[in-house]
Design a protein around this ligand. Structure first.
Ligand code: KIV
Length: 325
């Protein structure tokens, strides 16, 4: 007969695995669909023009990269928007190479199918051409990305040519390029006049000739984006550039409703995860405060007899308690 106290007996139901012999694993692993698909390649992205719409989202870490990859998104951009939506900076200017590489490598570990594009941060390609090539190369060598993206039109053609010459695929980025914030005087739609639109079309042509495999068009009127898309043989990936582009890209925190400091007009929030997370965390806090979490199902137990031995031992003198082992 056990001499364990009543409450000890109640809480000490042993946790057993299916065969009743070994303890249950501490964690439970949820199965996710196994994507046994090959990685999207740069030539495939280029060949998609005029055949199917391309999809691209940003990601900055391993779990999000896994989810984007498992959703069959063609490209993952490790954007310098990292600075704002993950690191809490005011704009994208403060993020550097080391932070970008750190996050690119985490994304690359999660992305098995999506093509990973590393975003070259402010001042990483503005000095010498040699510095631009070496920094671009670090995204492939250290970040395990398959391509890089950099902002600017005709003025960055020498850098792009040299990077492409080094066998590193480059995605261009024109329009409302956030690294030019100071020059633009804020996040303002670009190319709204015929003259400004013409410059953007020339920029897109210059980037195409320099060897870019695609170009992001950000924050420009839809008619200009459509003219560029029709004028160049490489895919245009729009963000706030209308539906005629060859593909679309969005910042994942915007898509999931995880960043609400401001929500640009071109963003569609497909879910409001921020609210869902806040609700879940509030419930967690309340349950801990009210003693409802952890419940029996989250608690490790031990055999009644072992508890009883300990309880009995506790009542004896320390020397006797040692003997009962
Ligand atoms: O950094 C970024 O997320 C970007 C996209 C907005 C295209 O450059």
């Amino acid at each position: 007969m056990s001499c364990a106290p009543r409450n000890a007996r109640k809480r000490s139901r042993p946790v057993r695995a299916g065969n009743g012999s070994s303890p249950k694993a501490i964690t439970s692993i949820r199965k996710v669909p196994m994507m046994n698909k090959k990685r999207v390649t740069v030539p495939e992205v280029m060949a998609a023009k005029g055949k199917r719409k391309l999809t691209m989202l940003t990601a900055y870490d391993y779990p999000m990269a896994l989810l984007v990859d498992q959703s069959d998104i063609d490209m993952i951009l490790v954007g310098d928007s990292l600075a704002m939506v993950v690191l809490g900076h005011e704009d994208t200017l403060s993020v550097g190479m080391d932070e970008m590489l750190h996050h690119t490598l985490a994304v690359s570990r999660g992305a098995k199918r999506s093509l990973v594009v590393g975003d070259m941060p402010f001042l990483s390609y503005h000095g010498s051409i040699e510095q631009a090539v070496l920094n671009a190369g670090r995204f492939l060598k250290e970040g395990r990305a398959q391509a890089v993206k950099l902002e600017g039109g005709a003025r960055v053609v020498p850098q792009i040519k040299a990077i492409v010459e080094a066998q590193i695929p480059v995605q261009g980025h024109i329009g409302l390029t956030p690294q030019s914030l100071a020059q633009f005087g804020g996040f303002k739609v670009q190319g709204k006049t015929a003259e400004a639109g013409a410059v953007l079309i020339e920029d897109a042509q210059a980037l195409t000739e320099a060897g870019c495999f695609s170009i992001v068009l950000e924050g420009i009127p839809a008619p200009i984006a459509a003219m560029i898309t029709d004028a160049i043989p490489i895919p245009t990936i729009g963000i706030g550039a209308g539906s005629h582009c060859d593909g679309q890209v969005l910042v994942i925190h915007d898509v999931l409703g995880l960043f609400d400091r401001f929500v640009p007009k071109f963003v569609k929030q497909y879910v409001r995860l921020g609210e869902t997370i806040r609700e879940a965390l509030t419930r967690y806090r309340e349950e801990v405060e009210n003693g409802l979490f952890p419940g029996p199902e989250h608690t490790f137990s031990m055999d009644d007899q072992e508890v009883a031995k300990l309880e009995t031992g506790k009542r004896k003198k320390p020397r006797d308690a040692a003997r009962i082992r």
